[in-house]
Design a protein around this ligand. Sequence first.
Ligand code: SF4
Length: 385
Amino acid sequence: MIRKHYKEVKKVLRKGSHLDTYFVSKYSFSPYMACQHGCKYCDGRAECYYVEGDFEKDIVVRRNTAEQLDQDLAKERDWGVILVGSGISDAYQPCELDEKIMTETLKVLIKYRYPLFIITKSANILRDLDLLTELNQVAGVTVSSSLTFPDDTHRKIIEPNASSIEERVNSLKILKDRGIAIGITAMPILPQIVDNAVDLERLFDSYSSLKASFVLPGGLTLRPGKNKTIFMNILKENYPQYLEIYEKMYSRDFTSGSPLREFSNPFYARVYQQMEKRGLNDSIPYQIYKDRFPIYEVVYIYLKHLKHRYRNHQDIRRLLESYQRYKDWYLDFKNKMSISKKITYHTLEEEFFFLLETGVIEQFIDNSTLYEHILGRIKEIERIR
Ligand code: SF4
C-alpha cells in the first residue's frame, strides 16, 4: 500500500540557467516526488534530493500541477521543450491512473503549444495517447523509455514495479505509429549483469529493431548513502558473484556516484562499439528539435551536436572556434530577455533573421562551408507556429 501526500505548489515550471543540449530541453516539471516503480538503482533515493519517507511508498502528489502550469506558462516569454523526466519520479507511475495529473497538464500544453519530451518506464502513458497525438500535431512530442534489460529476468528484481519490457516496447511502437518521435534512454546499463558480451548484443539488437530516433546510453551511478546501500543489498541477495567487483568499481564513493574511470572508460568503449556497429544515433536529431525552439537556439544546439559528433576527428579546430564564437554571441543575445520584460522569443527571432540577412551571423560563424550548411538547415525549418 502506498501513502499519498497531497501538496499544493506555487510554481511548477522549472527553467535551468542553460539550455540542456543533451536532453534537448529548456524547462522541466514533475507532478510527483518519489516513485512506486521502485528501481533499486534509483538516484532519486539519494539524500541530496531530500525525498522523505519510504521512496517507493510515500508519494508526494503535486495536485495543482495543471492549474499552476497554466499560470506559469501564461507569464512565460520564452519557448522550448519541456522535459518530464524520470529523475526522482515517473509521471506515469501507477498512482497517475487515479490522479490523472498528466491528462490535465497535456491539455495545458496543447493550449500554449509547448513541446514535450517525456521519459517513462510505464505503459500507462498510452492512456493519454489521443492527447499526446494532439500535442504532437500542434507543438511536438518525444517519448523515450528506459530500456536497459534484454528481457524481464533481471528487470523483475531491479525495476520491480515498472512495466514489463514487452509492454514498454509495445507502447513505443504504438506512439511511433501515431507519428510521435520515440527514443531510448539506455541508462543505467548495469555493469556485469547486462554489460556482458551476450546481453549487450541482445540489448542493442532490440534498440535497432525498434528503429528509435536516438539511443542515449549511460552507466550506473551509486551515490554514497541510501542509493548505494539499497543497490548493494540487492546485489548481495541476488548477484553475490558480482559483489566484489562492484565494491571495487564504486570504492571511491564519489559524491556524483560515478565508478572509477578504469571501469567506466572500457564500459563506454564497449557501448559505443555496439552503437556504431548498428548506426545508432547518440544524440537527439535535428529533425526532432528543429521546430521546437526559437531559431537562434536551434542553431546553437545544432553546432553543439556537430562538435560532439566530430569529437574524435583530428582537425576540428575551426568547428570548435565557430561554435565558441556563436555560443558567446548567443548567450549575450539571449541575455536581452532578462534585461527587458518586453522582450520575448518572437522579438529575438525577428532580430535574428535581420542579423542573418545582413551577414552578421555569417561573421560569427566565420567558416563558409559550415555557414552554408547551417543556412541550408535554417531554410529547411517549416515553422509550426
Ligand atoms: S522509474 Fe525512474 S524515478 Fe521511478 S524508481 Fe525508476 S528510476 Fe526512479
